[in-house]
Design a protein around this ligand. Sequence first.
Ligand code: UDP
Length: 312
Amino acid sequence: MRALVTGGAGFLGSHLCERLLAEGWEVVCMDNLSTGDMANIEHLMGGGGFRFLKVDVTDYIHVPGEVHRVFHFASPASPIDYLEMPIPTLKVGSLGTHKALGLAHAKGARFVMASTSEVYGDPLEHPQKESYWGNVNPVGPRGVYDEAKRFSEALVMGYHRFHGLETRIVRIFNTYGPRMRLNDGRALPAFMSQALRGEDITVFGDGTQTRSFCYVDDLIEGIWRLSESDEPFPVNIGNPAEMTIKEFAETVVELTDSGSTITYHPLPEDDPQQRRPDITRAQEILGWQPRVRLDEGLKRTLEYFKTKVRVG
Ligand code: UDP
């Protein structure tokens, strides 16, 4: 079996490539390296069954030979990245999803779309079930990502209904783990690098906004199970253990044994006030639920960040 992973040199894409290789699949990894990094896949290069193509998925994409599954994971995914790259973010979610779907259709491959909890926007329903339609500001700064992913979902369902393409949609909630980019601006890399350097921890707003953090291995297991299932409608994959960002910052300070103090800064526009997945569908359809506790996941992630952060 052979898979194409777009965004394969990114944080989640690289873990997915690894998992597919471990399942005995051949993997074609495609990435334009705008936010991805060759360092994430170096260890996979040269081994049989893995091929890297530096390609922008918004251009015409060509993959010679058979492809049985397409995982469309290409996109900037951190708020500061998509604020810096609004047009590429919109393009990868629209043109890129179209190209990737076209390739899946031509190859007779199953298509797995990396969607996001951001389709729920600043949610008025809590926790978020897949049936919730969301509360997204289309013209706010996050709209470029949220609407691109919502459009992707609609396009995927179009291909499913019109062309009979086998499709899966995973709504990914906040995920953390090794290979997150140190400077991607998200809470975990920011807090860990600040704590390791003894710098102030930058909590945005008053820190009462909540998130629910899932360890990357759990997420990949859920995605793998979904891709093997026959469920065409969206499935939330995330960890329902919800906490405030202030609690999260305190947890990181404690774990790193850091002398850092927590400081408060303006909340970015449209920053969701609360987020927690309802994972009933994942439990029922996939028999999946997260296994890695936050303290364990954070310890593993810290080991990675210690190798990346230059202290002093
Ligand atoms: N956040 C923060 N300090 C930072 C980075 C992020 O307080 O240095 C907050 C951010 O405002 C949000 C939460 O942490 O409320 C999670 O942000 P992240 O960028 O990790 O992901 P999001 O869930 O917002 O996409």
